[in-house]
Design a protein around this ligand. Sequence first.
Ligand code: DGJ
Length: 386
Amino acid sequence: MLLSLLKKIVLLSLYTIIFACSENSSKTISNNFFPGKEWIDNNGVAINAHGGGVLFHNGTYFWYGEHKIEGKIGNTAQVGVHLYTSENLYQWEDKGIVLKVNETDPNSEIYKGCILERPKVIYNKKTKKFVMWFHLEPLNMGYTSARSGVAYSDSPYGPFNFLKSVRPNAGVWPLNVKDFHKKEVSEDVKSVYGGGPEHLPKHVDSLNILGRDFEKGQMARDMTLFVDDDDKAYHIYSSEDNSTLHISELTEDYLSHAGRYKRFFPSKFNEAPTIMKTSSGKYFIISSGCTGWSPNAARSASSDNIFGPWKELNNPCVSKDSLTTYNSQSTYILPVHGLKNAYIFMADRWTPENPIEGKYIWLPIEIKENRIEISWRDKWNLNFFN
Ligand code: DGJ
């Protein structure tokens, strides 16, 4: 009698586990990734770190991202940058808000209601500071100011102190400037505001947006950070009204732009740039096109040098729904610590009507000689890389 009861209990628990695993395992403790499914933290609450990036430091992964709230207002920064930590990449602990929006001084550039997107954090070995950069649009500017904010902390757990916002490289020409950029800028380009290819002529260089912004600094919206093997750090951002990608070296302390930068893919309108470097020294960029919150097909490019030349490759996504990047947009490429050539493509499935519901798409990147591929997987884990 007791034995059969015990049997029933064991069977019932097994069934519950199997059922939960097949339906929505992110609700259970599971050493698997479930792209696009709800992903809960140690408190059973959905992870809230959108447009994020992951730093690995002293055995721990730190996932920083935009904290979103309910309703359309949640597309603006009402709270700040949220941090989660993990030892294994599957289970994440909520560590709270590490950069808070300012709620007391309306003159603050990060005053509540500003647009603060795509925060990324890197560690500076020399200064021992953790440096965060993000796309910043101060309150009521829409997306027109196209600035970059920088904050720093002594600890990866924060709090991060907001230092300043900038338009990168004011008064500095890129290393690959063209003669026509230095010519006078026509009046019409002075008022141009685009954000997507539909607003601007096909060949944006005819407008010379670079020249227009030479003195006040270049526009910088979607962005990522990258620290190379020689500890030089780079800020990679959509510039020139999103038409052109800039790769810009940061100063030794990572807190400013060093004045060494290059422009790539002019008139190709890349957003959401991400970057990785393989063990053989090849760099790959994955980015998106410009269609607001709606997904589009990802792009990829490769180079043997961070400053190019960059070769444009195909859409790295190869399964069904590849034309919408599996209904998502890139945000970061996460190198898995301790595994050779193991990179995770991190992307956001945006839900702009109720941004807090946005989901995360994490998929393994497969390196195929001179290109990369991302296949859809409902469920996968790090054994994929073995
Ligand atoms: C696409 C960008 O990648 C997002 O970060 C955000 O800025 C939206 N556009 C806003 O429409």
